[in-house]
Design a protein around this ligand. Structure first.
Ligand code: OXD
Ligand code: MN
Length: 636
């Protein structure tokens, strides 16, 4: 692949600045904060690019880079919409690669728990600094030869908010430059916030294809799947990602920084970095409550965050769809949350005007679509849009195959993990306070997963410890967002299994510890399951906009209304307390807690948690498991 250098655009570069012997084609290196310059000089020396480009995040820059990518053939315009583009990746680079994602610390057990012998730890992969050095030495030296090294200054969270954090990403991918501009706040203002040597997260990313490329480049999407590796250094707050250009592997502000590294910072500083949406619900009385909700990848978090209520009088507004940073306010004791991101990187298949009209409306301009299909009239298409696209429409699939809709049902237009990437501010129901530097106050925390069997629609935890236990035993059917195949139920505690940056036992203990400060106003914790099936494999609950009925119940519980009964697994809604107007629901089946199922489940949970965490499993969680076991044994 040819590098597509962006031309020298500004007059003051008549005298071209150089770092070592590498020209700076945009921006002013000498004006950057000294500690940033030092780090960048090291990166330039390591990666040996042919040029350095300092991004300013401007629209002008995005326009120039987009045109370059269109000319090169990595993006093509979707003419049906305003400023939207489609991109097809190398089919070997389509999802997060958990098996190649590492945490590096001197002490193994600050990163991963003391799993029991024979239990393969799936709560993080650790590598020693010595071993990782050997790996990185075969990857990064010279990795940007022939390419331009771009420097992206970004803030996670509103620039300047006390809850926000700053990062600088170095990358050789223009797609990453464009996507980071949507997903984070990229701005030259960032440099001012680093002017006094302030800490920032150092993010290095390379697609791992120096030029001339050693192997053919597929779909104009350079990547190096054999050598992909995503490495986190929580102590020096550093990420190094090699070989993949896709999503969470390459947009380092997202999973790498905002969850894995920020999680460690949050542990040290006494706050929480979580895989959670943030939304507000206003009831017919005009009372507004904010909630945060954690679901494993591809369980409909984006849909829930932008839900269109099916019962009258309710308003939902979205603050974020994937990540929440939350901190108890020292004065008021409230849990305040910000969404550190600026965009949505949502799973496209399944999204339509019924399941999530707000997401569709958000991505009709200024958006990038990756691995979706394209209609003959230059629109996007994916599985789930059948009812909104005339049969017979010609579609080009993400692999380049042309077919007519409706003619051959076996054809798939999109990869299951195909994504839209769009600015959050375009969401029709984005909350007016979504960028409030003080965050929004959280009244309830919800955990959920895809649980086809046994698990009721909603459970309220008996107390904080029981809530932390409910989160620790979270499970869900596996997802296309990572490399797993097949429908297996996987443990995904706190929906953080792939994203935790330190020993999971310590992480659970960190949650438990918030109870120790009497000043903290602890939100109530709930568990929901929209996905329970009946004996004919039909969903017992309609989901989507009807989930407002459950959220309404949750808010009534936040207000301490007497609408719950104690059960062995937690508090369940009293019959009649959830508004089911207009629905045909089998309440008994939807809310039942079959003794056999729960007896097996709690044993399996204990075995799994004990196997994974060994002696790092907090005693409080063991005690909760024992109490729940005792309660279940009394079920009829
Ligand atoms: C995501 C994920 O991309 O959770 O948000 O995988
Ligand atoms: Mn996610």
């Amino acid at each position: 692949m040819e590098d597509i250098s962006v031309p020298f655009s500004e007059v003051h570069y008549l005298t071209i600045e150089k770092v070592g012997n590498v020209p700076v084609t945009k921006g002013n290196f000498q004006s950057l904060p000294a500690h940033v310059q030092t780090w960048l000089a090291q990166m330039i020396q390591l990666c040996t690019p042919k040029a350095v480009y300092i991004s300013d995040g401007s629209q002008e820059e995005a326009t120039i880079v987009t045109k370059k990518l269109v000319d090169y053939g990595q993006l093509s315009p979707l003419k049906k919409y305003e400023n939207c583009y489609i991109c097809r990746t190398d089919p070997r680079d389509v999802a997060r690669v958990e098996s190649k994602t590492f945490i590096v610390t001197n002490d193994k057990h600050s990163s991963v728990p003391h799993s029991r012998e024979g239990a393969k730890c799936i709560l993080g992969l650790w590598m020693s600094p010595q071993d990782i050095s050997k790996e990185l030495d075969t990857r990064f030296p010279g990795c940007m030869t022939g390419r331009t090294l771009m420097v992206i200054p970004f803030s996670m969270g509103p620039v300047g908010s006390p809850l926000s954090k700053i990062g600088v990403q170095v990358t050789d991918s223009y797609y990453v430059l464009l996507s980071m501009r949507v997903m984070t706040r990229v701005s030259p203002d960032i440099w001012r916030h680093l002017a006094h040597g302030e800490e920032f997260v150092r993010c290095l990313h390379s697609v791992g294809v120096p030029l001339p490329a050693a192997q053919p480049i597929v779909n104009n999407w350079p990547c190096n799947p054999e050598k992909t590796m995503i490495v986190h250094f929580p102590d020096p707050r550093k990420v190094m990602s090699f070989g993949s250009g896709y999503g969470g592997n390459s947009l380092l502000g997202k999973k790498c920084f905002a969850l894995r590294i920020a999680g460690r910072i949050a542990k040290d500083e006494g706050w929480l970095a979580e895989h959670m949406l943030i939304m507000s619900i206003t009831n017919p009385k005009g009372e507004e409550k904010f909630i945060a909700a954690a679901f494993p990848s591809a369980c409909g978090k984006t849909n829930l965050a932008m839900l269109t209520p099916t019962i009258p009088g309710y308003t939902v507004q979205c603050v974020g769809d994937d990540i929440a940073w939350m901190r108890f306010d020292k004065k008021t004791g409230e849990l305040r949350a910000i969404n550190p991101e600026a965009g949505f990187f949502g799973v496209a298949p399944g999204t339509n005007m019924k399941t999530n009209p707000n997401a569709i409306l958000t991505c009709l301009k200024n958006s990038i679509f990756t691995n979706v299909g394209e209609t003959a009239d230059s629109g996007f298409y994916w599985e789930g849009l059948e009812d909104e696209t005339p049969a017979g429409t010609e579609v080009t699939s993400w692999t380049g195959e042309k077919y007519k809709l409706g003619e051959d049902k076996t054809k798939k237009s999109s990869h299951p993990n195909a994504r839209f990437c769009c600015p959050a501010r375009q969401c029709p129901i984005i909350h007016s306070r979504w960028e409030d530097p003080a965050g929004v106050p959280i009244s309830a925390i919800i955990f959920g997963g895809r649980r086809p069997e046994g698990v009721p629609l909603v459970i309220e935890s008996l107390n904080w410890k029981h809530g932390v236990f409910l989160a620790s035993q979270l499970k869900s059917e596996s997802t296309a967002a990572a490399e797993f195949t097949g429908k297996q139920i996987m443990h995904d505690p706190f929906a953080m299994r792939p994203f935790v940056g330190y020993n999971f036992g310590h992480y659970i203990q960190h949650w438990l510890d918030f109870e120790k400060d009497p000043n903290n106003k602890l939100p109530k914790i709930f568990h929901v399951n929209w996905f329970r099936l009946d004996e004919n494999n039909k969903f017992l609950w309609p989901g989507f906009g009807d989930n407002i009925r459950v959220l309404d119940w949750i808010i009534r519980r936040v207000n301490n209304e007497d609408v719950a009964d104690v059960s062995p697994v937690g508090l369940l809604p009293k019959k009649g307390s959830i508004n089911l107007d207009g629905l045909d629901i089998n309440w008994e089946k939807l809310l039942s807690i079959p003794k056999d199922y729960w007896t097996g489940d709690i044993e399996e949970t204990l075995t799994w948690l004990d196997g994974q965490l060994g002696d790092d499993l907090p005693q409080d969680i063991r005690a909760e498991i024992q109490k729940q076991k005792d309660r279940i044994s009394q079920l009829n």
